[in-house]
Design a binder for this molecule. Structure first.
Ligand code: PNS
Length: 164
C-alpha cells in the first residue's frame, strides 16, 4: 500500500496539478493532496475555498483504483507526512528552473526524515508553463485562463472578482 502526499499552495488548483495527480494515480494507491496553511502569504482563495474546489474537481479525473483525499497542513511537511504514514512526497517539475528549488527542498526533507522519498513528476508539455501564480496574474489583468484551470475554478475566480 503506497500512500503519497502531494503538497502545495493550490491557489488555485490548475490543470497542471490535476495532470500530476492523474499520473500519480498510476504509481500510488492513495494520494493526499494537502494544502499548506501559510499565514504569511495573502492568498487569492482561502484554504477552505481551495480545499472545496479540489474536492469538487477531483471526481472528474481518471484515478483508476487510487484513493484521493484533500487535506491541509501547517508546519513541517515531513512531520505531516510521517503523521499521515505516507512514504512519498510528490512534486511536479515543469522546467529546469523548478529543479534547483525542488532539489533543495527534497534534500532538506530527506535530511529531516530519511524514510520519506520525494518523487518528481513531469506534467504534460501543454501544462509546462502553467503555474497558479501566472494564472492569477493573467486573470487579474483581464486575460483568459480558459483551459489552464478547470471551468469551476475559472468561475470561482470570476465570482471572487465581482464580489470584491
Ligand atoms: O505549491 P508550492 O507553494 O510550491 O508548495 C510549497 C510547499 C508547500 C511544498 C513547501 O513550501 C512546504 O513544504 N512547506 C512546508 C514547510 C516546510 O516543510 N518547509 C521545509 C521545506 S524543505
Amino acid at each position: 500500500m503506497r500512500r503519497a502526499i502531494y503538497p502545495g499552495s493550490f491557489d488555485p488548483v490548475t490543470n497542471g496539478h490535476l495532470d500530476i495527480i492523474e499520473r500519480g494515480c498510476k504509481l500510488f494507491d492513495e494520494i493526499i493532496i494537502s494544502i499548506l496553511v501559510n499565514p504569511e502569504k495573502q492568498p487569492f482563495f482561502t484554504v477552505e475555498e481551495r480545499q472545496q474546489m479540489l474536492s469538487e474537481v477531483l471526481p472528474g479525473i481518471d484515478r483508476g483504483g487510487c484513493t484521493l483525499h484533500v487535506d491541509s497542513f501547517s508546519g513541517l511537511l515531513v512531520q505531516y507526512a510521517v503523521a499521515q504514514q505516507a512514504d512519498v512526497i510528490v512534486r511536479g517539475i515543469r522546467a529546469i528552473s523548478d529543479y534547483e528549488y525542488e532539489l533543495q527542498m527534497a534534500l532538506m526533507n530527506r535530511r529531516l526524515e530519511p524514510g520519506i522519498e520525494t518523487v518528481f513528476m513531469m506534467p504534460a508539455e501543454s501544462y509546462s508553463y502553467v503555474s497558479s501564480r501566472l494564472v492569477k496574474e493573467v486573470f487579474q489583468l483581464g486575460g483568459t485562463v480558459e483551459g489552464l484551470v478547470p471551468p469551476l475554478v475559472e468561475k470561482r475566480m470570476k465570482d471572487k472578482l465581482t464580489r470584491k
